[in-house]
Design a protein around this ligand. Structure first.
Ligand code: GAR
Length: 206
C-alpha cells in the first residue's frame, strides 16, 4: 500500500507536529507518512523539529508575497512538488481561502484549542482562545480536530477531548494543560483516521 503523503503546516513551536512525529515513530500511523513540513515563518522551531527527524521542509513567507492569492499559489506549488494528498494544520496561523481549501475537500484537518463551537472562528487563535475561555468563566474546555472548509473553524468535527479548568488558571497554564491533555492526544489519532479513510474509503473510525 502506498502511504498517504501528509504535509504539516506550521507557524511556531511545533509541539503538535512533535506529537504526530512521535505517534508515527511508535507505528501508530500505518496509512500515512510525513512527507513535508511547510512553514509561513522562516524561523519557526517546528522546522528544526522536522529537520531533526529527516522530514523535508519548505518555507513560504506571506510577507514576501504580493497577495493572498500568490501566497496560496506558492504553497500549492510546494504541496504538489511533494505529491501531498493530505494537509494537517498544526498551529498554522494563516487563514486559507476557499480557493485553497476547495482543492483538498476533506483532505485538510486543523487542531483548535477549544471545544468548538465555543471560542472559535476569526480572531480566535493561540492564547486568545484560552483568555476568552477564562474571561467567560467556563469550567470545562478542551481541543477539537476538524476538517477545514471555507468557514474558519467551521468544518465537520473529527475528534474532541475535554479538559477541566483548574483553580488559579492563567491563559498560559491553560494552554499548556490543553495541549498536553487534549491536543497532543487527539491530533495524531485524527491524522491516522483520515489517512486510513483516504486509502481505504468507508467511514471515519478510531
Ligand atoms: C496550538 O495550541 C494550536 O491549537 C493553536 O496554536 C498552538 C500551536 O502550538 N492553534 C490555533 O489556535 C488555531 N486556531 P504548536 O506550534 O506548539 O503546535
Amino acid at each position: 500500500m502506498n502511504k498517504v503523503k501528509i504535509a504539516v503546516l506550521v507557524s511556531g513551536g511545533g509541539t503538535n507536529l512533535q506529537a504526530i512525529i512521535d505517534y508515527a515513530k511508535e507505528g501508530h500511523i500505518p496509512h500515512g507518512e510525513l512527507a513535508l513540513v511547510l512553514s509561513d515563518k522562516p524561523g519557526a522551531y517546528a522546522l528544526t523539529r522536522a529537520a531533526m527527524n529527516d522530514i523535508p521542509t519548505a518555507v513560504v513567507s506571506k510577507k514576501d508575497c504580493a497577495s493572498q492569492a500568490e501566497f496560496e499559489e506558492k504553497m500549492i506549488a510546494e504541496l504538489e512538488a511533494h505529491g501531498i494528498e493530505m494537509i494537517v494544520l498544526a498551529g498554522f496561523l494563516c487563514i486559507l481561502t476557499e480557493n485553497f481549501v476547495k482543492r483538498y475537500p476533506e483532505r485538510i484537518i486543523n487542531v483548535h484549542p477549544s471545544l468548538i463551537p465555543a471560542f472559535c472562528g476569526k480572531g480566535y487563535y493561540g492564547l486568545k482562545v484560552h483568555k476568552a475561555a477564562l474571561d467567560y468563566g467556563v469550567k470545562v474546555t478542551g481541543a477539537t480536530v476538524h476538517f477545514v472548509n471555507e468557514v474558519p473553524d467551521g468544518g465537520k468535527i473529527i475528534l474532541q477531548k475535554s479538559v477541566m479548568i483548574r483553580k488559579d488558571e492563567t491563559p498560559e497554564s491553560l494552554q499548556a494543560h490543553v495541549m498536553k491533555n487534549a491536543e497532543w492526544i487527539i491530533l495524531p489519532r485524527a491524522v491516522e483516521m483520515v489517512a486510513k479513510k483516504i486509502r481505504k474509503g468507508g467511514e471515519l473510525e478510531e
